[in-house]
Design a protein around this ligand. Structure first.
Ligand SMILES: Cc1cc2nc3c(=O)[nH]c(=O)nc-3n(C[C@H](O)[C@H](O)[C@H](O)COP(=O)(O)OP(=O)(O)OC[C@H]3O[C@@H](n4cnc5c(N)ncnc54)[C@H](O)[C@@H]3O)c2cc1C
Length: 626
């Protein structure tokens, strides 16, 4: 009891400095203030929310790419609800793909897809799918092969190639297959079998997954509303959020982070703290260390790459433009990748219900042609592209604005993982520095996982021992330890108290249901079963014959003798016992072998079917993850 209150007092003296007022940084500040700890959040921009901000242009609000709030992590969902209360709207999702002047519902709906593609095309897609199942690309080392092996080459060409290349700016043949596999973590085969066999679990889990795809939550005034509220809450509780505060130098002279120099309104301020949490891009963090890190660490940081992003928002003098929340633009004739209709996210995103605010999204690299284009030219480009697609009459476009977002996407190329590992290794010497968030850890995370890393960082400051790098990399780590929706909050508390570093699934796996499933579905050794059945049946006939001989009588073993109709030469005699043994062994052997063969074939077919249907269900919203 005494040591508990001593550690509480110790914590109270901590001052935590947080870099970045995006979802990760602000979540850390929020969790700390709940524990009564003071923090100071340094944000280089003039607004909070990071990539999850909402921009307000003449009362028309728009996101940096529409931000859905959906998660499997209960503690994150709890925090969202706690902050937003009644302003947390539940919205139905409607999104389509625009391709060759046709709209396809996404996730796909069969009748609509067949109608849009036409019979001939649909047949070719099915044939190409069958071909990919029979003769998959090997080795499966690039994105195009990975997708073709799962959807067929034709569907890949129609629906995945153009959009993926727009988002990432490189040909699919140069994107590693590993990237796709990381982004789309389906169920493991074992999990899929468990779901298929245990009736209650699949319905529950499937429902959760289906709901996550078909609807989502959204703050009434966009994601920025959430982060503005969090910022207000923490500042009202003795913490600070300093805007326009650009972190310039991070001093680590004493083997830990000592202080930070921040540029605020043209002046350098020194910020001291006992604990530091950073959500700024890793590359910049390394560049700002003082003393400078070893060459290989700086080189690793320079190897990290980003994809940048800009939104052109247009105000349209029309009440209803299209019913979707967003549309994926797969049409190669235009540069835009996606288009959002913010009024359909929340009616309050526009001040005048007779008008519409569209967000046209362009993926680019900082400094390239799109990025450097003037705002006026970008608005004209957007106007032209909308006309090409026939979505809007250019005369209805009243006004527009442009927001550029550097480092919107951390790039997963062939070198990033080694680079991140070198940096992690180096930074681990600074015990009072924790990296969190999306660019803060160079992880392609949504808000929920960015927030989760911040929550765990706070737990570590309070004495926990959580490995933040396991979030997202190990699905079970947060799904099962940190609050799958199927786990009640009280279980979460119990689990996190007792097993901070042990994923529950691993512990349960040994000797549990998983073990039983592995044994049930393991293949039967054909030769072993054939020999055993042969030996048992041969032995049985041999012993039965000998017993009947010993029993004797006027006619010895008349019933068993009937076997000689099948076993030519068999008689109830010593010689017959050996002949019977031979025949029975042979038939038993054949029966055992065939049984094992058929059983393996049927089980294999069942496992294949379960695997395919689990794969298909986890690929339902594949494009959302590109
Ligand atoms: C187009 C697009 C669509 C998305 N859609 C969704 C979605 O539907 N749902 C979802 O949950 N997520 C979505 N995301 C992801 C989401 O935006 C991120 O996961 C989230 O914003 C990451 O939060 P963060 O705090 O880690 O990083 P950020 O949001 O990047 O915040 C980091 C902050 O650090 C600040 N900073 C950087 N350098 C410094 C410095 N030197 N000094 C001080 N401050 C600094 C930045 O200004 C920024 O405010 C989307 C992202 C994009 C690009």
């Amino acid at each position: 009891m005494e040591s508990e209150s001593a550690s509480l007092n110790n914590n109270k003296h901590k001052k935590v400095v947080i870099i970045g007022a995006g979802p990760a940084g602000l979540t850390a500040a929020y969790e700390l203030s709940k524990e009564g700890l003071r923090s100071v959040v340094l944000e280089k921009d003039s607004v909070v929310g990071g990539i999850s901000r909402t921009v307000n242009y003449k009362g028309y609000r728009f996101d940096i790419g529409g931000h859905r709030f959906f998660t499997k992590v209960r503690v994150v969902e709890d925090m969202w609800e706690e902050i937003m209360g009644d302003d947390f709207l539940e919205r139905k999702r409607l999104s389509r793909i625009y391709y060759k002047n046709t709209f396809f519902y996404y996730p796909f709906r069969l009748p609509n897809a067949l109608w849009g593609l036409g019979i001939g095309n649909s047949i070719m897609i099915v044939l190409s799918y069958i071909k990919s199942q029979l003769f998959p690309f090997k080795p499966e080392d690039t994105f195009d092969k990975w997708v073709s092996n799962r959807f067929g080459k034709r569907l890949y060409g129609l629906f995945f190639k153009t959009y993926t290349e727009k988002v990432w700016g490189i040909p699919c043949e140069e994107i590693s297959a590993e990237w796709a596999a990381q982004r789309i973590k389906g169920l493991s085969l074992l999990e899929a079998l468990k779901n298929a066999l245990i009736q209650e679990r699949p319905s529950n889990k499937d429902r959760v997954v289906k709901t996550l795809i078909d609807s989502f939550h959204y703050p009434r005034l966009g994601p920025g509303m959430m982060w503005e509220k969090v910022s207000d809450t923490v500042t009202s509780e003795n913490s600070e959020v300093i805007l326009n505060a650009d972190v310039e130098i991070i001093y680590t002279g004493s083997g830990k982070v000592d202080k930070i120099d921040v540029l605020v309104e043209g002046k350098i301020q020194e910020i001291e703290g006992s604990e530091f949490i950073s959500s700024m891009p890793i590359r910049e963090l390394i560049q700002k260390l003082e003393p400078k890190p070893p060459k290989e660490v700086s080189h690793a940081a320079d190897m990290l790459k980003y994809r940048d992003f800009l939104t052109v928002s247009l105000i349209i003098n029309k009440k209803d433009v299209f019913p979707d929340n967003w549309i994926y633009i797969h049409d190669p004739r235009v540069k835009m990748g996606r288009i959002q209709n913010f009024k359909n996210w929340s009616p309050d995103m526009v001040p005048d219900q007779e008008k519409t605010c569209l967000g046209l999204e362009y993926f680019c690299f900082e400094g390239d042609g799109l990025w450097t284009m003037s705002d006026r030219d970008l608005i004209n480009l957007a106007r032209k592209e909308l006309e090409i697609m026939g979505l809007v009459d250019a005369r209805e476009i009243e006004d527009g604005s442009v927001v550029r977002m550097p480092k919107a996407y951390p790039v997963y190329d062939s070198t990033y993982l080694d680079a991140v590992n070198i940096i992690r290794d180096f930074l681990s010497q600074f015990r009072n520095l924790q990296l969190v968030g999306r660019n803060g850890m160079h992880k392609y995370n949504n808000q929920d996982h960015s927030m989760l890393t911040a929550m765990l960082a706070v737990k570590n400051i309070l004495g926990g021992n959580y490995d933040l790098w396991k979030v997202n990399a190990d699905q079970e780590y947060h799904e099962e330890v940190l609050g799958d929706k199927s786990i009640e909050p009280k279980d979460y508390k119990e689990l996190s108290k007792t097993q901070p570093l042990v994923p529950v699934a691993v512990a349960q796996g040994e000797g549990g249901v998983e073990q039983t499933i592995i044994s049930v579905f393991a293949g039967i050794d054909k030769l072993a079963l054939a020999l055993s059945v042969g030996a048992v049946s041969g032995g049985a006939i041999f012993i039965a014959t000998i017993l009947l001989i010993l029993k004797g009588g006027s006619v010895v073993g008349p019933n068993l003798l009937l076997l000689n109709q099948y076993f030519i030469g068999y008689s109830v005699s010593i010689e017959g016992a050996f002949i019977g043994l031979g025949y029975s062994f042979l038939w038993g052997f054949i029966f055992g072998w065939l049984f094992a063969y058929l059983r393996n074939l049927l089980t294999g077919f069942y496992v294949y079917r379960v695997k395919k249907s689990a794969e298909l269900s986890s690929f339902r919203d594949f494009i959302d993850y590109i």
